[in-house]
Design a protein around this ligand. Structure first.
Ligand SMILES: NC(=O)c1ccc[n+]([C@@H]2O[C@H](COP(=O)([O-])OP(=O)(O)OC[C@H]3O[C@@H](n4cnc5c(N)ncnc54)[C@H](O)[C@@H]3O)[C@@H](O)[C@H]2O)c1
Ligand SMILES: O=C(O)[C@H](O)COP(=O)(O)O
Length: 582
């Protein structure tokens, strides 16, 4: 029989990306490069792609993301993600990754290059000479040595700028509410408490913050007025952090001696707009967003994001996601079999029915309880619980959006790490899902001693599971002790534990054309009966024995027809039968 090959995942690259990363992608993915797409063209192309790789020019709007039915990841080959609607991506479960440090050295060096070019009038002097003039006295500059540099945003780029500027003999002040004192001290940077303080004593001011609500328009007319007369300002971070109109006015009035600008509110700018006028101003040195444009930086960011795209499309967790938690690879490896288990446990709840409960305890016991970051397990549970509707409503659930979706749907999960070995003693790890009865107080999961309540237990549903090697196993369904792999088409029957039942069930299924692959009988655990048994208090000893039930789990090689489950109950004396595909 010819092998049916899985279609290769598709990647759309909309901006110039170095070949180093692209070559990695091409080994296993279909890569299409379409540069300069209009917003309309991007909207029409995006539905067919699983990954989108961009730089700063592509606007990944909410509309693009909503149209992107198959998109798993937006990869930004660089730092800034202000051109991506990250919250919409999060809602839709689309991972957004970037390259947090691939181009920071390039951006810092560009800043220093611009600062020196500003100080020594290099572009103007070069243009003058090329036009045939020899104007030595017109281009007298200033030195860096002994001057004060004020850095706004002492993050990755800001810190490299600080170290390089220190080497030029400058005094470095910085403003960053989140900066570490020790990191600043190690780079000989004085952290100042306020913007006016930083602005008023700097000869040069450079901005290295992201463009976010609190930094948009952070430097306006009032702030520029606080700068020393004759000072210079640089922006290699993002257009919009400085008010471009105010900057133009401060240069025009002669208050500032110069500005160097690499980034603009509109890119590319047109000549009749403020950014265009700024670029044309004689005291401005402008570059067309070149901070990251070095061969080395472009190799770095390309390899960084292409590797992440490959990993994410292969089902691994992202290492530099801006909208997903960081989980170390070794931690994820330990979690992976449990992720599969918990998703199956979630799908299994409630047995054979629609989701009627919304409050759960997810209890980890044994070794799995020692894993600190169980966010992938939480996400797997939400994915499993909502599996019936997520497919029909067309949304993905993953680690990116699980919490948001659970919140929207009113699902509450209390994760408990129990060190109590009592119930997990036969397994190295045990995961228990307790679905609490609607509108009831928390109730006690058998064997989980720290969860305590005297609320009635008869309506809570319990599923336990473990992993044997990489294989997930269900070990308990309510009061039945079992051991089966939650995989494929399963038929789960509750019946009285009496002789001949297996034969009856087998012959009805045979008549209905249902082929049985395996069958497991799961009795009520005596230990569990003591802890948890529906309404046992009213039963006599004899009735208890007579009414002993068992669970029959049958592996079937196809979906079980409804008439077969109905016949089992009607003719076979089975108490309940439910078919499930896991
Ligand atoms: N021009 C280019 O080509 C280019 C290249 C690389 C990075 N960038 C841009 O440079 C900026 C910085 O990049 P990074 O990698 O250093 O980011 P980063 O996240 O490492 O650092 C940003 C710093 O800004 C600080 N900050 C946030 N809000 C602040 C505020 N209101 N006041 C003072 N500080 C504040 C943060 O605490 C953080 O330390 C980003 O906007 C990035 O997009 C531009
Ligand atoms: O945030 C960044 O990484 C820079 O602005 C670089 O943008 P670019 O990739 O478009 O050059």
């Amino acid at each position: 029989m010819p092998l049916i090959q899985k279609p290769r995942a598709k990647v759309l690259v909309t901006e110039k990306l170095s070949n180093d990363g692209m070559a990695l992608l091409r080994t296993s993915l279909d890569v299409d490069e379409h540069k300069n797409l209009s917003p309309k063209e991007l909207l029409s192309k995006i539905p067919e792609y699983n990954a989108l790789i961009i730089r700063s020019e592509t606007q990944v709007t909410d509309l693009v993301l909503q149209a992107a039915r198959n998109l798993k990841v937006v990869a930004r080959a660089g730092v800034g993600v202000d051109n991506v609607d990250v919250s919409e991506a999060t809602r839709l479960g689309i991972v957004v990754v970037n390259s947090p440090s691939g181009n920071i050295g390039a951006a810092a060096e560009h800043t220093i290059a611009l600062m020196m070019a500003l100080a020594r009038n290099i572009p103007e002097a070069c243009a003058s000479l090329k036009s045939g003039k020899w104007e030595r006295s017109k281009f007298i500059g200033v030195e860096m040595k002994g001057k004060v540099l004020g850095i706004i945003g002492l993050g990755k780029v800001g810190l490299i700028v600080a170290r390089l500027a220190k080497g030029l003999g400058m005094t470095i002040n910085a403003l960053d509410p989140y900066a570490s004192l020790s990191v600043a001290a190690s780079a000989s940077v004085n952290l100042v408490p306020s913007l006016p303080e930083l602005l008023s004593c700097s000869d040069f001011v450079t901005i290295h913050t992201p463009l976010i609500a609190s930094t948009r328009g952070m430097i306006g007319a009032a702030e520029l007025a606080q700068m020393k007369t004759g000072a210079r300002i640089l922006n290699v971070a993002r257009g919009g952090t400085i008010d471009e109109d105010a900057l133009l006015a401060a240069l025009e009035s002669g208050h500032l001696a110069g500005a160097a600008v690499d980034v603009f509110t509109t890119e590319p700018p047109t000549s009749d707009t403020t950014p265009g006028k700024l670029i044309a101003h004689p005291k401005v040195i402008a570059t067309p967003h070149l901070g990251a444009s070095t061969v080395e930086a472009q190799e770095n960011v390309s390899v960084d994001v292409c590797e992440q795209v490959l990993e994410i499309l292969n089902g691994s967790l992202p290492r530099s996601a801006v909208n997903a938690p960081l989980i170390l690879p070794e931690e994820y490896q330990k979690l992976q079999p449990f992720v599969r288990l918990v998703e199956k446990i979630g799908i299994r709840h409630p047995p054979g029915g629609s989701m009627t409960r919304n409050t759960f305890d997810l209890i980890y016991q044994g070794e799995v309880a020692g894993i600190h970051n169980t966010r992938p397990l939480y996400a797997a549970l939400i994915k499993g619980l909502l599996a019936p509707i997520s497919a029909s409503e067309g949304f993905n659930i993953n680690i990116v959006n699980a919490e948001l979706i659970a919140h929207e749907r009113g699902i509450f999960v209390s994760e408990q790490h129990s060190r109590d070995p009592s119930d997990s003693s036969s397994y190295s790890s045990l995961v228990t899902l307790v679905a609490r009865p609607p509108s009831r107080a928390p109730s006690r999961a058998p064997g989980v001693t720290e969860s305590s309540s005297s609320a009635p237990q008869q309506q809570q549903r319990i599923i336990c599971g473990t992993c044997s090697g990489n294989r997930p196993l269900i070990t308990r369904l309510d009061r039945f002790e079992a051991s089966f792999e939650p995989q494929g088409n399963l038929l789960i029957c509750v019946n009285y534990d009496s002789p001949g039942k297996i034969g009856v069930v087998g012959s009805i299924l045979g008549r209905e054309g249902v082929n049985i692959n395996f069958m497991i009988v799961a009795p009520v655990s005596p230990k569990l009966r003591d802890n948890y048994d529906e309404g046992d208090a009213q039963l006599t000893e004899k009735e208890k024995l007579d009414s002993t039930e068992a669970l029959m789990i049958l592996g079937i090689d196809q979906a079980v027809p409804e008439q077969a489950t109905a016949a089992l109950v009607k003719e076979g004396g089975v108490l309940s039968a439910s078919a499930i595909t896991l």
